[in-house]
Each structure stands twice: as structure tokens, then as C-alpha cells.
Design a protein around this ligand. Structure first.
Ligand SMILES: [Zn+2]
Length: 344
């Protein structure tokens, strides 16, 4: 068979090929035409023997044949891939309901902190933050703590180093000091944050917990202003029927100082085991900022006065959601945390 006859025959064969039904059949075709011992190489071998004067014309024909074979086989391959992809799609049920995405829940302390912040934010209080590792001045000295105050003892406070005393803040009042040092009155801030005390961990005490404190300093601020804000806060937080009661107390940084009770929201003031049958539950401490504190922070106490109040976020959360063990807040038990899924 001459080379021309071979080219004609292969061309005819290739043109009459139909789409192979699977990969194996395609591979057979590839081997038959394109492998080392395949038909195309056979033609190329013959071509080497062709006399010089015919090489130009025949060369073109060989090249055309090569292109034809390769294009055809490539086309079959592409077609097979397309078919397998569309059969995969056919196997998928696009009308099936999707798997539900698991929804997380917010931590109860964050929920309550944000509620407290939003009540005070609507009254014009701005959020202020400060460091958790503090010096003695901002935590104790500026806030009128006597040198022998028990909070300055290692039994009650975590010290990072001594002389100079660096410690983990025991209250967020240190943020108030920092703001009073930096800003001129009027000052209206709310300071949420984590605080630390050297206590053994139990259902009722923990070595860290969270506070929110509020501070308002301006001209002519009176105890009556404080009382009004407290009543507003209690009713926003615990419901419009909530009553408040102030009892005299003592804090180094306020004078006069008070503790605030709210009417028990479990028994409505009738008396129950939760409120120890008094009808009242203690929720926060407050008072007028002590003149010594104002002076220590460089604020003119003849011109300005102010009030401060502070509460534990855990305490408020316990009251709102009847949680009776502080440890639940930091154990990350999903059974506990999941119960707050519906709360925004
Ligand atoms: Zn009660």
C-alpha cells in the first residue's frame, strides 16, 4: 500500500468514527492511531522513504492527517467528560431541603452587658475602657483607699509585681480615674470590663468577674440626680413595676455612699427564698464621688460634683435568668450556653 493510499484510508476511517461510549474505548482509539506503533507513526515512517521531489506536497498531507486525528480524539475526550459531568448533576436532587446551619448563641454575660450599656447610652453615657493590668495609683491611691485597706493585701488582690505595685484591677473604677485625669467635666461615661480578685472559686465567688460602672461629673450634680438615674435603670432592666430602695453604705471613693435594692422580681415583693423573704434584692453600689477623689484627679471640687455607680454583670445576669452558680459562666458548657439562643 502506498503512502497516499494509507493517508486516504486513515482519513476515511477517522471521518466515519462515532463517539466512543467510555474511556476504555477512547483509549483503544488513541492507541490505534496515536501511539508509537499506531497508524500515524506508520505513515510518518513511510514518509521518510519518499523521494525528495514529492516531500513537500506529501508533507502537507501527513500534517493534515495528524491534525485531523488529534482533533477528532480530543473532541471525543471532551465529549466524554461533558457526559459524565451531566450525569453527576442528574444524580443530585436540587429540590432537597438543605442541611440546617448550626446557629451559635451569645454569652449571657454579653447579652446583659449590652442591655446595661444600651440603657445608659440612651441617657448620653459614652463607653470608656482601660487596661486590666494597672498600677496602685489608678486602682487604690487615687480612689481614696487608705494605705492599710485590706484590698491592698495580697490575700485579696493579684499582684503582678511589687514596688512599684502592678496588679490586676479589682474594679473598673480605675477607668474612671483615668478619664477624670484626662478629661474636663462634664464627664458622662460607662465602663464595662473584667476585674480580678484573689478568691477561691465557688458557686458564689470567682477569681474574675465583670462590672459596669457609670460616672457623671458636671456642675450642680446632686444625689437626687443619682436616684433618678437608678430608678430609670432598674425599671428599664427589670420592668416598669420595679421599685428601688437605697440603704446607706460605705465605699472609699464615694461620700455619701449607698447600696441599691430592687423589689424582688421573682415574688414581686411578697417575700420568697430568693430574696430571703425580705422582698428586696441588692443589685448595686453607688454614691456621690468623694471630694478627695475629684481633687486627686485634678478636678475642681468647688465647681464640680458627680455621682458614680457600679454593679456586677454576673449578679444582674443571675437575677434576670435565675442562674445560681457563678462557675457556669466560664465553664463553656454548651448545655448551659445553648439556653440563651433565643435572646437577642
Ligand atoms: Zn422574692
Amino acid at each position: 500500500m502506498t503512502i497516499q493510499e494509507k493517508i486516504a484510508e486513515i482519513t476515511k476511517e477517522i471521518n466515519s468514527l462515532t463517539q466512543p461510549e467510555n474511556q476504555e474505548r477512547l483509549e483503544e482509539l488513541r492507541l490505534k492511531y496515536l501511539s508509537k506503533k499506531g497508524a500515524l507513526n506508520d505513515v510518518i515512517k513511510d514518509f521518510k522513504e519518499v523521494p525528495k521531489e514529492s516531500k513537500r506536497e506529501l508533507g502537507m498531507q501527513v500534517n493534515e492527517l495528524k491534525t485531523l486525528v488529534m482533533t477528532r480524539i480530543e473532541h471525543f475526550k471532551h465529549q466524554l467528560e461533558q457526559n459524565s459531568r451531566s450525569s453527576e448533576l442528574d444524580a443530585m436532587d436540587l429540590t432537597r431541603t438543605p442541611y440546617p446551619l448550626p446557629l451559635g448563641s451569645r454569652h449571657p454575660l454579653n447579652i446583659v452587658r449590652d442591655q446595661i450599656i444600651s440603657i445608659f447610652a440612651r441617657l448620653g453615657f459614652n463607653i470608656a475602657e482601660g487596661p486590666e493590668i494597672e498600677d496602685d495609683w489608678h486602682v487604690f491611691e487615687s480612689l481614696n483607699f487608705a494605705p492599710d485597706h485590706p484590698a491592698r493585701d495580697m490575700q485579696d488582690t493579684f499582684f503582678v509585681s511589687h514596688s512599684p505595685d502592678i496588679l490586676l484591677r479589682t474594679h473598673t473604677s480605675s477607668v474612671q480615674t483615668r478619664i477624670m485625669e484626662e478629661q474636663e467635666p462634664p464627664i458622662r461615661i460607662i465602663c464595662p470590663g473584667r476585674v480580678y480578685r484573689n478568691e477561691s472559686i465557688s458557686a458564689r465567688a470567682h477569681c474574675f468577674f465583670h462590672q459596669v460602672e457609670a460616672l457623671y461629673i458636671a456642675e450642680h450634680v446632686t444625689f437626687q440626680d443619682l436616684r433618678q438615674v437608678l430608678l430609670h435603670f432598674a425599671q428599664q432592666m427589670f420592668g416598669p413595676d420595679t421599685k428601688i430602695r437605697l440603704r446607706p453604705s460605705y465605699f472609699p471613693f464615694t461620700e455619701p455612699s449607698a447600696e441599691m435594692d430592687i423589689s424582688c422580681n421573682i415574688c414581686g415583693g411578697e417575700g420568697c427564698s430568693f430574696c430571703k423573704h425580705t422582698g428586696w434584692v441588692e443589685i448595686l453600689g453607688c454614691g456621690m464621688v468623694d471630694r478627695n477623689v475629684l481633687e486627686a484627679c485634678g478636678i475642681d471640687c468647688e465647681k464640680y460634683s458627680g455621682y458614680a455607680l457600679g454593679m456586677g454583670i454576673e449578679r444582674i445576669t443571675n437575677l434576670k435568668y435565675s442562674v445560681n452558680d457563678l462557675r457556669l459562666f466560664s465553664e463553656n458548657d454548651i448545655r448551659f450556653l445553648e439556653q440563651f439562643k433565643s435572646v437577642r
